[in-house]
Design a protein around this ligand. Structure first.
Ligand code: SAM
Length: 244
C-alpha cells in the first residue's frame, strides 16, 4: 500500500468559496512544498506576474505608494511588487489560507522578508483590518471567479479604503450584452465563461451597475495583453472624476 508523504496534512477542508469556485479547496503543506500553488492559481507564473507588474507601473505606481492586492493568492504578481516597493508598502488579502501560506513560502524563497509585506486571510474583503488607505489596488483573475453580490461586497470595501485619487484595477471576462446567458469561448486562451457559474462573464453595463451601487465610477481599459483575454477595468471614487 502506498503511504502518504509525512507532510500531507490538509490545512482545512474548505473555505466559503466551496461550491462557488475552486478556491474553496485548501492546499496541503506537501502541495506547497511541491510548488503546486503556482499551477493552482492558473499557472503562467512568470508571464502573468510580469504582465501585472508592467501594467501598474504604466499606470504610475511608484515605490512609495501603498498597494493592496485583493485576491493576491501566492503572489504571482505580488513578488514583483514587493521587490519594487519600499518597505511596508505591499498589502495582500485572500480568502484561501493555504495560498497565503504559500505566499510566505514564496517571500522567503525570494529573500523578500525585509520588505515586510502584510498578508491576511479574509472571506469578507476586510480591507479595514490593514488600517491603511491605498493609492493603488489590484485584482488579477479574481472577478472572473466571483458572482455579482460578492463583487459588490468587494467594491464596497474598496470604496472605503481608496485614497481620494486612488485607483483600483481589476480584470474580468467581457460579455457583449447584459444577462448574456449563453456561454462565451474567449480567444486567445480558449476559456469558456458563463453567466451564473465560474468562470463568470459580465457586460460593461453590469460592471458599471456594481460599481455605482458601491459608490465607485468605472472606466473600461479593455485590452492589456492578457493571454486568456481577460479585460482590464479601472475603478475610482465618484469625487475623482476625470476632465475628459
Ligand atoms: C486565479 S487566482 C489569482 C491570484 C493572483 N491575483 C494572481 O494573479 O496570481 C484567484 C485568487 O482569488 C482568490 N479569491 C477567490 N475568491 C475570493 C474571495 N471571495 N475573497 C478573496 N480572494 C478570493 C483565490 O483564493 C485566488 O488566490
Amino acid at each position: 500500500m502506498l503511504e502518504k508523504p509525512q507532510a500531507y496534512d490538509k490545512l482545512t477542508a474548505s473555505n466559503v468559496m466551496s461550491g462557488i469556485n475552486s478556491y474553496g479547496e485548501e492546499l496541503s503543506e506537501f502541495d506547497i512544498s511541491q510548488n503546486k500553488h503556482r499551477h493552482f492559481i492558473g499557472g503562467k507564473w512568470s508571464e502573468i506576474g510580469q504582465l501585472q507588474y508592467d501594467f501598474l507601473l504604466q499606470q504610475g505606481l511608484q515605490p512609495h505608494h501603498q498597494l493592496l492586492d485583493i485576491g493576491c493568492g501566492c503572489l504571482r504578481g505580488g513578488l514583483h511588487f514587493i521587490n519594487y516597493l519600499e518597505v511596508n508598502r505591499y498589502y495582500g488579502l485572500d480568502v484561501n489560507a493555504s495560498l497565503i501560506k504559500a505566499a510566505w513560502h514564496e517571500v522567503k524563497l525570494a529573500n523578500l522578508e525585509p520588505k515586510n509585506p502584510h498578508l491576511i486571510v479574509s472571506d469578507k474583503f476586510e480591507i479595514d483590518r490593514f488600517q491603511q488607505q491605498f493609492d493603488f489596488m489590484l485584482s488579477v483573475s479574481v472577478f472572473t471567479h466571483l458572482p455579482m453580490n460578492i463583487i459588490i461586497r468587494c467594491l464596497s470595501e474598496v470604496q472605503k479604503n481608496l485614497t481620494p485619487q486612488g485607483k483600483y484595477y481589476s480584470t474580468f471576462f467581457l460579455a457583449p450584452t447584459s444577462a448574456h446567458t449563453a456561454q462565451i469561448a474567449h480567444q486567445p486562451g480558449g476559456v469558456v465563461t458563463n453567466y451564473d457559474r465560474d468562470p463568470f462573464h459580465y457586460s460593461f453595463d453590469e460592471m458599471s451597475f456594481m460599481a455605482s451601487v458601491a459608490g465607485l465610477k468605472i472606466n473600461l481599459i479593455g485590452e492589456w495583453n492578457h493571454s486568456r483575454n481577460q479585460q482590464m477595468l479601472e475603478f475610482f471614487k465618484c469625487d475623482n472624476l476625470r476632465a475628459d
